[in-house]
Ligand binder design. Structure first.
Ligand code: NCD
Length: 312
């Protein structure tokens, strides 16, 4: 694997390999000294053009636990504010010879594009409403730990499917792992033709009792151009996941950030059925596994970082 751009590029065996590597890394986080030397001397560049709490911090922690050097770049406060393009920014930062670039942008396809401009391994940390593959991998990891087996599980993804990159990556990943996926929400927030991905569609939560896993999504208002949303009151009344709609045998997931009181009620967020904190915890080990898969054991990507010639 040269890059991680999309779940489409991974088959079930590759997903399992990454998740199993993450399971092996879980023990590092419990050590007093939370570090292994695996990526010593390698450099990871985190390039974030959009807000992020979980993804950015966990990529940074993951790289540091593997002993890589980390450079964090946020577009605010950089020359992007002076008009520098994505391409020129990437070419400029590539001069520092990063081994991996972790990229989040509001533009679908940006990660794929930069993989053609530089020699580093590129990890897509969210490209517009297209994909967020490491989120899907950490969700598979979390569910496997919780359910034991994902195959055969019924997973409902509820909320703003149209503007969510998490929805797209997770529909693909959960199905590759053998789950049956249903997406549910208001018709304005479900893209026409989404069934082509293999999932079912519901416009009400009447049948949600059949789900083993309820995966709620935030309304991605930053990506809504038209007011595609019914009123928030109407949304809460018809689609909020609350104690009335979530039964004791179901588990609840959410990628964060949660808009408390909108897509989820406070009581379900704080209930033992919520795996939300476990998802965040999984973020570190799964991203360690992704960096490991891309960088460890592969020949050095930058010729300038090849081993020093032996002195006579
Ligand atoms: C998601 C994202 O940025 O796509 N957050 C995350 O990475 N955990 C979901 C969201 O912003 O709603």
């Amino acid at each position: 694997m040269n890059h991680l751009l999309s779940i489409e590029d991974l088959d079930r065996a590759a997903i399992e390999r990454i998740v199993e590597q993450a399971e092996r890394f879980a023990e590092v986080s419990d050590r007093e000294i939370k570090k292994v030397p695996t990526l010593r001397g390698r450099m990871v560049l985190n390039l974030f053009y959009e807000a992020s709490t979980r993804t950015r911090s966990s990529f940074e922690i993951a790289a540091k636990r593997l002993s890589a050097d980390v450079v964090n770049f946020a577009s605010s406060g950089s020359s992007v504010e002076k008009g520098e393009s994505l391409k020129d920014t990437v070419l400029t930062l590539s001069a520092h010879k990063p081994d991996a670039i972790v990229l989040r942008t509001p533009w679908a396809g940006a990660a794929e594009l930069i993989s053609r401009w530089c020699s580093a391994a590129v990890v897509n940390a969210g490209d517009g409403k297209h994909e967020h593959p490491t989120q899907a991998l950490l969700d598979v990891y979390t569910l496997r730990r919780h359910l034991g087996e994902i195959s055969g599980a019924s997973i409902w993804i509820v909320g703003d499917i149209t503007h969510s990159r998490v929805a797209r990556s997770n529909i693909l990943a959960f199905q590759k792992m053998g789950a049956k996926v249903t997406v549910a929400g208001p018709p304005t927030l479900i893209p026409r033709g989404i069934e082509a991905l293999g999932c079912e569609v519901r416009y009400s939560l009447e049948e949600i009792t059949g789900a083993d896993v309820v995966y709620a999504l935030r309304m991605q208002r930053e990506r809504m151009i038209e007011s595609s949303l019914p009123s928030l009151r109407e949304y809460v009344a018809c689609y909020q996941i609350n104690a009335r709609r979530l039964s004791a045998r179901q588990v609840l997931m959410h990628p964060g950030p949660v808009n408390r009181g909108i897509e989820l009620s406070g009581e379900v967020i704080d209930s033992p059925r919520a795996l939300i904190t476990a998802q965040v915890e999984a973020g570190v080990v799964v991203r360690m596994a992704v960096l490991y898969e891309l960088l460890a054991g592969t020949p050095e990507r930058n010729p300038s970082q090849a081993p020093e010639p032996q002195l006579a």
